[in-house]
Design a protein around this ligand. Structure first.
Ligand SMILES: [Zn+2]
Length: 164
């Protein structure tokens, strides 16, 4: 007879699992260049929750420093909102860049050559760093010379993967 035990600890709860549910902050994805798995923050801008938190923080600041209602609380509220927005934007922007190959999709949309140079410098650093000697090598895109020539003739712009 088989012993069917259900282990409650192996199953993460709704509130503690950050991958699902109400507080899902990061999502799993793959790097567009080296195809290594990674997690990025989904939120690009502040939400209603940040608005409520900023209003509470400004109210507490007002009660602590001015001991009552003061119209200067509006300035503190705006500053709190700005700090929250900068923090959320920076967090998202830093999580978008691949830590393995240095590929930056936002920079690639603006300027593909700068993105290619950044990936090249990251790969050069990775090649020289002894910490990466025993790790699994990256799956970098390969392109045959005939295909590269055919794509160049189409004049769709310079290929980033050939310039790296
Ligand atoms: Zn990558």
């Amino acid at each position: 007879m088989k012993n069917h035990k259900f282990n409650f600890r192996s199953r993460p709860s709704f509130w503690h699992n950050r991958d699902m549910g109400l507080f899902k902050k990061r999502s799993n994805c793959y790097c567009a260049f080296c195809r290594s798995p990674r997690r990025i923050y989904r939120k690009k801008s502040i939400s209603f929750l940040n608005l409520v938190a900023s209003s509470f923080a400004s109210l507490i600041f007002m009660l602590v420093f001015w001991r009552g209602f003061d119209p200067r609380v509006c300035i503190v509220f705006v500053v709190c909102l700005a700090i929250a927005e900068v923090f959320v934007k920076l967090r998202w922007r830093l999580s978008v860049v691949c830590r393995q190959c240095g590929f930056d999709p936002v920079l690639y949309k603006k300027n593909p050559m700068d993105a290619a140079l950044k990936v090249r410098s990251q790969l050069d650093l990775r090649r020289q760093d002894p910490r990466y000697l025993l790790v699994k090598p990256l799956i970098l895109p390969t392109l045959s010379s005939e295909k590269a020539q055919a794509l160049k003739e189409k004049s769709k712009g310079q290929l980033v993967s050939r310039s790296i």
